[in-house]
Ligand binder design. Structure first.
Ligand SMILES: [Zn+2]
Length: 253
């Protein structure tokens, strides 16, 4: 039985100051939440690059799209483009590796195209350097999901199944790109877990701390959440309407 690691899975790079050159500043998870929540940028493209045998399921993709559509105002639509990709990387992955390979394989940066926000998720082979980690959000627009570890996270008798875990982890990491929980704002409600910063204390939220670690199959059996809870949604609504101030936002130059 594996230990549940309490890793902090987002990386608050100290990129202080005004964001003039977005090519040089990739921001922190949550740094593009307003670009998603509001309609100033009218369309969202989710770019998926997967290595051989690591393609996400169509169920995961459709659930992700519907969760994002329920919180982000995108009159220009949300589209997903998936590409089989060779990451030319061997061994385990660090956060820096994810950033480097992510930026090298994406078609364009998050705000490179006027009117379009691009978020990028890679599904490489291999594991994170802490192999209890199923997924990571490493900057304002880049995520990795480690399918080899997702396979290991399947529960007893397939409850939860590896596909259930994949779906939950995918939505969870995009929740970090939306700034959940308290990554770029201070929630008026106390739903951040004291022992797991950046995560929810509600096991019925997809932002619960256990979702992105292999211990998910010991903590949550059977139905695992794939959606944001009322507190998560209230935070996102407050960010969208400005009643909750957002920090560290990247703007199109
Ligand atoms: Zn997380």
């Amino acid at each position: 039985m594996r230990t549940i690691f309490m890793a902090v899975l987002f990386f608050s790079a100290t990129l202080a100051g005004c964001v003039e050159d977005i090519a040089e500043n990739h921001g922190v998870p949550g740094g593009l939440t307003l670009a998603c929540l509001r309609n100033d940028v009218s369309a969202l493209v989710i770019e998926i690059d997967y290595s051989k045998d690591n393609q996400p399921t169509s169920d995961s993709i459709s659930t992700l799209k519907s969760r994002l559509a329920s919180v982000c105002d995108k009159p220009g639509g949300i589209t997903v483009s998936s590409t089989l990709t060779d990451f030319t990387h061997s061994g385990t992955w660090t956060a820096d590796d994810v950033r480097t390979s992510g930026h090298a394989t994406r078609e364009a940066g998050p705000l490179a195209q006027s009117g379009v926000l691009r978020w990028h998720v890679i599904f490489p082979s291999g594991t994170y350097n802490d192999d209890s980690v199923l997924g990571v959000a490493v900057d304002a627009s880049t995520i990795a999901i480690f399918q080899d570890s997702v396979d290991e996270a399947e529960g007893f008798l397939g409850r939860p199944s590896r596909d259930d875990v994949e779906e939950a982890v995918l939505v969870h990491e995009f929740g970090h790109l939306l700034g959940l929980v308290n990554l770029v704002y201070d929630s008026p409600s106390s739903h951040e877990d004291d022992g797991h910063k950046g995560h929810s204390n509600n096991e019925d939220s997809v932002m619960h701390w256990s979702i992105e670690t292999i211990g998910i199959n010991q903590f949550l059996t059977g139905d695992i959440p794939t959606d944001f809870d009322v507190d998560d949604r209230a935070d996102l609504a407050g960010l969208a309407d400005g009643s909750i101030p957002a920090r560290d936002q990247i703007h199109a130059s």
